[in-house]
Write a protein that binds this ligand. Sequence first.
Ligand code: SDX
Length: 427
Amino acid sequence: MSDTAKFSIHGKDVEYPVLSGTVGPDVVDIRKLYGQTDAFTYDPGFTSTASCQSKLTYIDGDQGVLLHRGYPIGELAEQSSFMEVAYLLLNGELPSQGELDGFSRTITRHTMVHEQLATFFRGFRRDAHPMAIMCGVVGALSAFYHDSTDIRDPQQRTIASHRLIAKMPTLAAMAYKYSVGQPFLYPDNSLSYTGNFLRMTFGVPAEPYEVNPAVERAMDRIFILHADHEQNASTSTVRLAGSSGANPFACIAAGIACLWGPAHGGANEAALNMLREIGTPDRIPEFIARAKDKNDPFRLMGFGHRVYKNYDPRATVMQKTVREVFDALKVNDPLFETALRLEEIALNDEYFVEKKLFPNVDFYSGVILSAIGFPTSMFTVLFALARTVGWVAQWNEMITDPDQKIGRPRQLYTGPTQRTFVPVGER
Ligand code: SDX
């Protein structure tokens, strides 16, 4: 006999089934609640709400566990590649060598964008934030690829998914080139997915570009760490947009817009700007005090998480990667020492301990990306590039879920009750 949840409301006793997944918290299936009680649940921020069933990613916030189709993020980051993780998220199983080669070849053959898109960039100011450009350009893709916008056709969904994954690096590199006034480079399909992106970003037509294998590996690992993350704000945005039947390009553009917020994907840019503002470790106490001050809106960017109440396993891998990139590029950035010191002080401060605030994926990523040569304005673009794999996988899962229908939450209305209009002359 499966478990049920019983409670009474307005003097009526109701009982709802409790559903269990393969692992993690059970859910109370309240789909009949409103019909039977004329009451809604109330959960702003969805802190206690499961919006869907999913087989893609599992997070245990207390244990600091992150699994993609059952595989721990640490093992994927150390032993896999971003293309392999993309295949895994899209198809459910790790590919054979032949399947991986075939998938990589398919993605590689979609890396070019319609030539008119280059003109599209010219409409932006050179100092436009690259995320503003990405919101516009990715949304515009549906104007170029009409043959893959029918979401009911599995073949078109597959082509659109491959086009989005393949073209994000090209568009991201173009957004960067446009901001620095350099010419766009076409993809070089003899390179890996990540190597191709690095060359389009940092290469110039005037001379050959050598991909640094250590940087390529670190960048590929950073993409893996950002690939998917359960039902976070931008993924939920993509799912909600997709639930109306919007085409996949428009859905991913909506996800990019949501990711841009500093409380979400925009935190990597904000975290590095914060470290620059702190400067040297002697100024850390001043910022810790501000983060704890209820009257100060300042928060430690790159700290805290809705789900992780222990370490973010991605931050662990990210911190290790900092040293690899510094060694590979023979650089050092004093901000890394400031970041390490800030983490150490925060993790020994009872405010952060009591509120379970740990570094998240965004805390160290900026130090690495800056060392590789990206301006802070590109950090969230890189997050969006990688998260497109997760967004596309989640969108496909949502489209094929028989339980899914258009998302349409209700509300607790606290406005005026009905009243009669008064013409302006009589007010
Ligand atoms: C990402 O959801 C995902 O999975 C997201 C992500 C993904 O991969 O998709 O992991 C990527 O978005 C990582 C998070 C990046 N954001 C930041 O680093 C911005 C700084 N962090 C915070 O804004 C905050 O921690 C959130 C938004 C991440 C989480 O906010 P919650 O879960 O809504 O928690 P909250 O705002 O209710 O905070 C709980 C308490 C509050 O104090 P009280 O009101 O209880 O007294 O902790 C405090 C907050 O003031 N707090 C912080 C803090 N984060 C929370 N205080 C100081 N510094 C912080 N960073």
